[in-house]
Design a protein around this ligand. Structure first.
Ligand code: BES
Ligand code: ZN
Length: 590
């Protein structure tokens, strides 16, 4: 037996899935999907096959000749789910499994009409990364095994279906619509994705379209209007875009992430629609994954930094090309602060601060943080610094070329770069970055004139003047607010709010750092706005600091517990688990 992914029962001595074909009926009333999937192997196989499942009801398994196959659904293990063992007595090119999902399927969020903008129709979406695809499809749920697929979804006729795949047409019979899709490019299972709801679209360019609820679609189309130019820049940096289309789906506010790089159809939080295109670096990030992550994929969650660290690097190269080096540097500086916060959060679990982690017995959602993102980014910048930008760019292209449509480990990355740029890893102090905890002392700090002036203002303790903040982008505001020493005096909080109306800000990247600073400073006049934000938005980037600040204040802890109780039903299960964790940790440390 050979299991190479700590988060999958996939055994690489057994049959390997090459493609799947899914037929699924979506039932909003019971919050379940009734489905049949055919898993086709790379070569006809027999013997034992272990699949990943989570909360699935397995009804029937048969081989390609229609022969019923015996199976065992093993007891559930925390977060991994249940191993499904199938015995294939004779050689078969494929197996067919009939099953149902559970209303608790961890990859799915079923929204009531009231949780959407329109308020009239329900919504359903999937979020499979890191290991939730198994709660929708019984499969070998490891990124090492790439698959192509076809899918046919049956949904209520008045709802649209979108999928991270090519649209192959829709037919309607009675109250039901059947929508067909095909994914011709092989993907790791965590990139399987779809959504069902009251959705409409606007074309942004021949290969880009934005999907959103009707009342949001115009503002979304405006916010993302420049996406084609972004793809052009990315192609100039990293090579041709290999996924044909780059569509964007604007998610309901409960979407727990900023974005998810589902191929052909990036999922984006509606909080990036700030009305001024100031937060579109999230689009650059998800687009960049089309190369780093979706083409070259981490072999499992222990190498997650290969996805996210490379993508932060690529994102900031795109931002630099479009908005200049200063903007990219400011974003990196903000990232550096967020990295320090994350390192602090993991102070009692320092092993989680390595780039290359060891995750036997660890739930990938539970150890999610910005560390692989920002530490990975810094490491790659360090290599770039020691070899020079040109040589690094050349290596990056050959790395993407060598491993395209593959999955790799940190060790494979190391071997590749060592062969191409001998000595570069040593010079960049790679061992300390990869296997060491925290940030190596050798790390070179990022500097920028705009950053220094912001830091100076923040440390002065005075309310800046309108002239001093003239032309500040939301990034600069966020940097300023994160740099103000806390607790900030009441007069400073009051002055900031009076002068700049921060509590009324609708840009969450400014609003949330402000509310967090205010809470940590005991400036409780912001509480009604905090309550509003945690009720309206489910993005973890915003929920985490707000709940953490509430829980850290003995006078507000009980309020935090009540707010969670009140809003928990509308949070995505992953976000709920995260906030639960925040409130528990603060209890044990207080
Ligand atoms: N792939 C991630 C989101 C993710 C990671 C989902 C791990 C589940 C497990 C996505 O590309 C991402 O990094 N999103 C960031 C965007 C940001 C860094 C611009 C987020 O959600 O904050
Ligand atoms: Zn990412």
């Amino acid at each position: 037996m050979a299991r190479r992914d700590p988060h999958s029962y996939t055994d690489d001595t057994q049959a390997q899935t090459d493609s799947f074909s899914l037929k699924a009926g979506v039932d909003f009333a019971s919050r379940t999907i009734a489905a049949e999937v055919v898993l086709t192997f790379k070569a006809p196989s027999s013997g034992t096959l272990d699949l990943d499942t989570r909360d699935l009801v397995i009804e029937h398994v048969e081989d390609a000749s229609g022969q019923t196959l015996p199976f065992v659904l093993h007891p559930a293990e925390p977060y991994l789910g249940q191993r499904l063992t199938i015995e294939m007595s004779a050689q078969t090119p494929s197996i067919r499994i009939r099953y149902k999902t559970s209303p608790e399927a961890s990859a799915l969020q079923w929204l009531e009409p009231a949780q959407t903008k329109g308020g009239a129709k329900p919504f359903l979406f999937s979020q499979c990364q890191a290991i939730h695809a198994r709660s929708i499809i019984p499969m070998q749920d490891t990124p090492r095994l790439r698959v192509t697929y076809t899918a046919e979804l049956a949904v209520p006729r008045d709802l649209a279906v979108v999928m991270a795949a090519a649209d192959r047409g829709r037919s309607e019979t009675g109250e039901v619509a059947h929508h067909r899709f095909e994914m011709p490019q092989a993907i790791p299972p965590y990139l399987f994705a779809f959504a069902v709801g009251d959705l409409t679209s606007r074309d942004l360019s021949p290969r880009c379209r934005v999907w959103a609820e009707p009342s949001v679609v115009e503002s979304a189309a405006w916010e993302f209007a420049d996406v084609e130019a972004m793809i052009g820049q990315a192609e100039a940096l990293f090579g041709p875009y290999d996924w044909e289309r780059f569509d964007i789906l604007t998610m309901p506010p409960s979407f727990p992430y900023g974005g998810m790089e589902n191929p052909r159809l990036t999922f984006l939080t509606p909080t990036v629609i700030a009305g001024d295109r100031s937060l579109v670096s999230v689009v650059a990030h998800e687009l960049a994954h089309s190369w780093t992550g979706n083409l070259v994929t981490n072999a499992n969650a222990e190498h997650f930094w290969l996805n996210e660290g490379f993508t932060m690097y690529a994102e900031r190269r795109i931002v630099e090309a479009l908005d200049g080096v200063e903007m990219a540097t400011l974003q990196a500086a903000l990232g550096r602060r967020e990295l320090d916060e994350s390192l602090e959060r993991f102070a009692d679990r320092p092993a989680m601060t390595k780039l290359r982690t060891h995750l036997d017995g660890v739930d990938p959602d539970e150890c999610y943080s910005l560390i692989p993102y920002e530490k990975g980014y810094m490491f790659l910048c360090e290599i770039e610094r020691v070899v020079g930008r040109q040589a690094f760019a050349r290596w990056l292209r050959s790395y993407l070329d060598t491993f395209r449509f593959g999955a790799i480990t940190t060790e494979e990355f190391e071997a590749h770069i060592e062969a191409a740029l001998p000595g570069a890893l040593d010079k960049a102090n790679a061992r300390a970055w990869i296997d060491g905890e925290g940030v190596p002392a050798s790390a070179k700090p990022q500097t920028s004139a705009r950053l220094s002036s912001i830091e100076l203002l923040a440390s002065s303790g005075n309310v800046p003047t309108a002239a001093q903040t003239k032309g500040w982008t939301p990034i600069e505001w966020a940097l300023y607010l994160e740099s103000v020493p806390r607790p900030a005096p009441a007069a400073l909080c009051q002055g900031l709010d009076d002068t700049f109306k921060l509590t009324a800000s609708t840009n969450f990247d400014v609003l949330v750092p402000w509310l967090t600073l205010a809470l940590k400073s005991g400036y409780t006049a912001v509480m009604p706005r905090v309550e509003q934000v945690v009720a309206e938005v489910g993005r973890m980037k915003y929920l985490r600091p707000l709940y953490t600040a509430l829980a850290a204040n003995p006078a507000l802890r009980e309020t935090a517990v009540q707010l969670l109780a009140k809003n928990s039903a509308s949070y995505h299960p992953i976000a709920r688990q995260m906030v639960d964790g925040v409130l528990k940790t603060s209890r044990s440390s207080s």
